[in-house]
Unconditional design. Sequence first.
Length: 129
Amino acid sequence: MTMMKIAIACKEDRISPVFDVSDMICLVEIDGRKEQRRWNITLLNHDPFDRAKEVLSVGANVLICGAVSRVLQMALVSAGIEVIGFICGDFESVLGAFLRGQLMNGSFSMPGCLGQQHRLHLRQRRGKH
């Protein structure tokens, strides 16, 4: 893992349950597997394509979020952002699991969404190779 920016949809100290209506992302700058800095960004757009442009404009390479509509997911992927969706839990625990490479082990999957989460992640990665 090299320098990258991870956008995490958050509500207080948890992952926001639905990204389409989230008001905030925390942008975390990562170098290797270490956090360098973080800051919160208020999201202004609710149109899926405008929201994808907004996330792209802050330099995010990856978005970690709860549920996400298909239209918004596709807009984000088309913008070059890897989406790791259908994640739930405490913000710090989710970030830590991502940094350790353990986010996809099922512990942070939204109830009833494990299969959806893995299909979403695999489909996007397959398209990048």
